[in-house]
Design a binder for this molecule. Structure first.
Ligand SMILES: Cc1ncc(COP(=O)(O)O)c(C=O)c1O
Length: 398
């Protein structure tokens, strides 16, 4: 502290603004919880603003802890770079508006994505005149027809769809898109990088809701867009100008979660397959959706694309396919939490007609198979026998 700043009010507010020097680097990357970054000179600061020199200036432009997560995701997603946003929806919005709609580009999208993604696409069409068309991404001739109808900028799919668990053929869709001048963007939230890395199969852009498997602890939200350099630059600009950048504390938590991603997801996939097999022969269950069951329409594709793990989610319809039965089932579960999320260490069950797909037109919901007694179970890392016992006890009383 210099003589110039020796008065108490100055000393307290300026105290401990840097770490004491000393040998030894932290084993865990530190949380850098700072909005602004100081530089040795105005010229240095100017060079960082101009992107002539790597560095940080202001929290919305980039932050070291979030940048560490971005580097990890760029590596896992085999991309030139990644940009993180405050939620998965913020990431999807930045990508769809920045790389398609704002450029007058047509979007051909999976007809059954996460409910808010579909609502966003419908709103972009309604309010901003975006050219959006929905297709069944497992019907290749329908995809080709949609791509050829008018020049398309983006083909948008989920690697495993929420909540019907349809599996998309990423290599085939990438070829169809590229032959017609479009890019393939894949929301890989449900598969996570453990099951599939879409860019290794030919996709251009990979999006995650980091809130789900990547964090996995149910205590932080985030989203990411990874892809080629031009997409990364556009996403960085969207984060700077529109906001929505992922704050450092969330990034730090998500990095903590990421370290156990592989272990967690493998265990969750094994449990989900055991639960799916059990439900498939249960008299009170009408139908079971899980890519690991041979009855799943894309089982062979899933095996080819994912190897021996098929995802940690099982969806099913009660035989008594009504909302009354679904409510009773949810209220009777003891171990599995009725909660609007997935991919956590803890098992969670969701009723799509009440939550994620509430905004969808009921007739369209019914057409897709999201019926009134349809539920989505995200398996955690508890003992599988306890989950099955909880489901059985609730079915008994449903
Ligand atoms: C497949 C998929 N994509 C995106 C999202 C949105 O993520 P977030 O809730 O982090 O905004 C979700 C949320 O459930 C999802 O399931």
């Amino acid at each position: 502290m210099t003589a110039r700043s020796s008065r108490l009010a100055t000393r307290v507010v300026r105290a401990a603004r840097s770490l004491p020097p000393g040998a030894g680097a932290p084993v865990v990357p530190p949380l850098v919880q700072s909005v602004a970054f100081a530089h040795g000179s105005a010229a240095e600061q100017d060079a960082v603003f101009a992107n002539e020199r790597p560095g940080y200036v202001y929290g919305r432009y980039g932050s070291p802890t979030t940048a560490a997560l971005e580097a990890a995701l760029a590596d896992l997603d085999a991309a030139d770079g990644a940009v993180c946003f405050a939620t998965g929806m913020a990431a999807i919005h930045a990508y769809l508006t920045g790389c398609a709609v704002a450029r007058g580009g047509r979007v051909v999208a999976q007809e059954d994505p996460y409910g808010a993604t579909r609502a966003m696409l419908e709103r972009l069409a309604r309010e901003q005149g975006a050219d959006v068309v929905f297709v069944d991404p497992t019907d290749m001739s329908a995809v080709v027809r949609a791509l050829e109808e008018r020049p398309t900028r983006v083909l948008y799919v989920e690697s495993i769809s929420n909540p019907l668990l349809r599996v998309t053929d990423i290599a085939a869709l990438a070829s169809l898109a590229h032959e017609r001048g479009a890019r393939l963007a894949v929301d890989a939230t449900f598969a996570s990088p453990v099951l599939t890395r879409p860019r290794e199969l030919g996709a251009d852009v990979v999006i995650h809701s980091l809130t789900k498997y990547v964090n996995g602890h149910g205590d932080a939200m985030g989203g990411s867009v990874a892809g080629p350099a031009d997409v990364v630059a556009e996403m960085r600009d969207r984060a700077i100008v529109d906001g929505g950048y992922l704050p450092p504390h969330e990034a730090w938590l998500i990095l903590r979660g990421l370290r156990t991603l592989e272990l967690r997801v493998r265990r969750q996939c094994e449990t989900a397959l055991a639960v799916a097999r059990h439900l498939a022969s249960h008299p009170k269950i009408g139908r079971v959706h899980h890519p690991g069951l041979p009855s799943h329409p894309q089982h062979e594709l899933a095996r080819r694309q994912f190897g021996d793990a098929y995802g940690g989610v099982v969806s099913f319809a009660l035989k008594r396919d009504t909302s009354d039965a679904a409510f009773r089932f949810l209220d009777t579960l003891e171990l599995i939490a009725s909660a609007t999320t997935l991919g956590d260490l803890y098992s969670e069950i969701l009723y799509p007609a009440m939550s994620s797909h509430r905004r969808m037109d009921p007739a369209e919901r019914a057409r897709l198979g999201i019926s009134d007694g349809f539920l989505r179970l995200s398996c955690g890392i508890e003992d599988p026998a306890d989950l099955i016992a909880d489901v059985d006890a609730a079915l008994e009383r449903t």
